[in-house]
Design a protein around this ligand. Structure first.
Ligand code: ATP
Length: 654
């Protein structure tokens, strides 16, 4: 539950996704050049100064883009922090995750806003400065992780770059990371040292020219009382790689494929922001590695701040990026704005907001139209996935099956070692013994986990990828209705932070093939007894036989009779019950069967079977509803067809 005061603060920062723009100041050399005086970005505060709803335009360019607010060159990071990020810090102590994303063209000031410099700390540093004293007061600790996602969709631990790529998988709505170090921080300077260490490992660092990547920071609020090391909530900072139009010659010699892949992952994240802001029923979290890493900090009660960094001088890539960000602009606010200012803005030459994300700026829509019209079109489009977007989703999902399957590989079991190494590396003086003693008390209390738990700081890396029999989880996030339902597993609340022990029942049931066989046999028996009854009935009078119906069914019939249900109603009701249990069996089969068994299903070939196995490495139960089959590239029609065939097979031998 969010406290009233906090809720007010959060309301002020807008809905689920808030989009703000930030105009970068001219850097030293630029300021001295002629271009330094030629800022081309303009803005109009459409609802009055400081009230939000800002329209951004570019000199000699007809289009305008709406965002929640625009920060000018003279409004520094501290102002942005106190107005936009500070409420997220308070929310983190109430268990809410958040994500701050800086995106924009190359050199638009993304790193400057997130990391800042020694003289001008960025949003992440300012947040840590606020996190630490509140954590101290509340008996919590703060730990951080730094990672990088490159154009090959590899996620690397920046505090331990020699390790194999990070493996991300989901367990009960929470992300687990295998191979990502978490380091406790006690002071801002410790944090800054870690940040510098992480930047040195960054492949996308300017000095390592040619490589481009996204950099991510996770700030964890960690409980340190009886449930030592469990993560209460987290705040993510993402410094996205700069967007670059693939038609231009790259400014740093990066190859076209690399730029394309980076751009694709930028689209994937912005698409999610858009889908969340428009309450789409399907949120494509699996589109990229980065979106999978951020998944549990984007959904549920999480808040997202999208900072669109703008180059002050003309830059087509900047225009394209702000146009994409504007798609996630809060539409409720927008509607108010439309209603109140329809007249005044209707004469403005506003461009139609792009309905979809295209692969290159080539598809960028240059036509101008009135804002009202553009928005209307956009609203209509948002109810169904726009065509180009759909194409992009399909295109994006193909490589996942073909060449960028989630990594597997040798991962060591050195979770505890990592913490120690990092403590040594950064001279963090955390009372290790105390921490480990408490952690081992917890371990004693609950038998050793088969797969470790990334929420435990003493074993910040998940040791083993196999399905755990028991798992210790922090039960903080709400699971979205469409994103997986909480299973009916025994759940013991263990602390005020809702640390839960979730006991997974082992998958003891026989595989679907044998269950379907049993079902088919029962149906055959039922049919043969029905037909023999029919045959007998022709020869002799039907003997009065007491049917040996299981008691429960007899009771149900009585119950149906009592409730005045017609035989048809009873039949339909039971039929739909049977349908849902067949679906459940089918899903259970997908979640447990081996490759050869999987291939026995219609529509599952070698590639899909491999992909299913890879998905299971990331999440023990990737298929929670038939809808999840879309993740392996099946359309709704194909899924329906597959189910029909499987069920039809049951009756083929009757
Ligand atoms: N608000 C600002 N005021 C003055 N100079 C700035 C500001 N923001 C960024 N700069 C300068 O602009 C340059 C580019 O900034 P920065 O490295 O943050 O961009 P970026 O978007 O992260 O770049 P890349 O796309 O290469 O990752 C740097 O020299 C930085 O010091």
């Amino acid at each position: 539950m969010v406290s009233k005061q906090l809720s007010k603060q959060l309301d002020r920062v807008g809905g689920k996704v808030r989009v703000v723009a930030r105009i970068r100041g001219f850097s030293g050399p630029e300021a001295n050049s002629e271009a330094g005086t030629a800022r081309t970005v303009e803005w109009i505060s459409v609802n009055g100064e400081n009230l939000g709803d800002v329209s951004i335009s570019f000199r000699d360019h007809p289009s305008r883009y709406l965002v929640d607010y625009c920060y000018k060159e003279d409004e520094d990071s501290e102002m942005i922090y106190s107005r936009e990020v500070k409420p997220f810090v308070s929310a983190a102590f109430e268990g809410h995750n958040s994500t701050v994303i800086a995106h924009g063209a190359r050199g638009s000031g993304k790193t400057h806003i997130i990391q800042g410099s020694a003289e001008r700390p960025g949003l992440a540093v300012l947040a840590i400065a606020e996190f630490l004293p509140i954590a101290e007061k509340n008996g919590k600790s703060i730990s951080v992780s730094f990672y990088e996602v490159d154009h090959q969709e590899r996620a690397m631990d920046l505090l331990n770059p020699e390790k194999p790529p990070i493996l991300v998988f989901e367990d009960r709505g929470r992300n687990q990371f295998k191979g990502l170090s978490q380091v406790l921080v006690k002071s801002v300077s410790e944090f800054q040292n870690l940040y510098s260490t992480a930047c040195l490992s960054l492949k996308g660092a300017p000095k390592k020219g040619g490589q481009r990547s996204h950099m991510g920071l996770i700030v964890n609020v960690v409980s340190r009382n009886e449930c030592v090391g469990s993560i209460v909530s987290k705040m993510n900072f993402v410094d996205l790689a700069g967007y670059e139009d693939t038609r231009k010659k790259s400014s740093d010699g990066s190859c076209l494929t690399e730029i394309n892949k980076i751009n694709k992952s930028i689209y994937a994240l912005l698409n999610i922001c858009h889908a969340l802001s428009t309450n789409e029923s399907h949120i494509p979290y699996r589109e990229s590695k980065l979106t999978r890493i951020l998944q549990d900090s984007l959904k549920g009660t999480s808040r997202i701040l999208l900072v669109s960094c703008l180059n002050p001088s003309f830059c087509q890539d900047t225009i394209y990026m702000v146009s994409l960000a504007s798609r996630s602009y809060n539409r409720i606010h927008h509607q108010t704005f439309l209603d109140s200012t329809k007249k005044s803005v209707s004469s403005a030459n506003m461009r139609q907001i792009p309905k979809s994300v295209s692969g290159t700026a080539k598809k960028f829509h240059h036509g101008s139209s009135k804002l009202t019209k553009g928005r209307k079109l956009f609203d209509e489009a948002s109810h169904s996935t726009p065509k180009v977007e759909k194409e992009m989703v399909t295109k994006a999902s193909k490589p996942v099956m073909d060449d960028s399957l989630p990594e597997t590989g040798n991962h060591d079991n050195s979770g505890v070692e990592t913490i120690e190494n990092n403590l040594a590396l950064t001279n963090v003086s955390f009372p290790k013994d105390d921490l480990f003693a408490k952690a081992s008390e917890d371990m004693k209390l609950y038998p050793p986990l088969e797969n470790g738990d990334s929420s435990l700081i003493a074993s910040s890396e998940v040791e083993n990828n196999s399905l755990a029999a028991k798992n210790v989880l922090v039960d903080g996030d709400e699971v979205d209705g469409d994103e997986g339902k909480k299973e009916n597993t025994p759940c013991i609340n263990h602390s005020s932070e809702s640390l839960s022990i979730i006991v997974h029942e082992g998958h003891n049931s026989p595989p679907i093939s044998s269950q379907l066989r049993d079902l088919s046999n029962s149906l055959k028996m039922l049919c043969s007894s029905t037909s023999s009854c029919l045959q007998n009935s022709e020869k002799q009078p039907i003997p009065v036989v007491e049917p040996k119906t299981p008691i429960i069914q007899q009771n149900m019939s009585q119950w149906d009779e009592m409730n005045g249900k017609s035989p048809w109603e009873t039949f339909s009701m039971r039929g739909s019950g049977m349908k849902s249990s067949i679906v459940q069996e089918y899903l259970r089969f997908l979640n447990t069967a081996d490759k050869e068994e999987l291939k026995r299903l219609k529509g599952i070939g070698d590639k899909r079977a491999n992909f299913i196995l890879e998905l299971r490495e990331e999440s023990p139960e990737p298929f929670k509803s038939l809808n999840d089959l879309k993740d392996i590239g099946l359309s709704a029609k194909q899924i329906k067809g597959m189910m029909k065939k499987e069920v039809g097979e049951l009756f083929s031998e009757l």
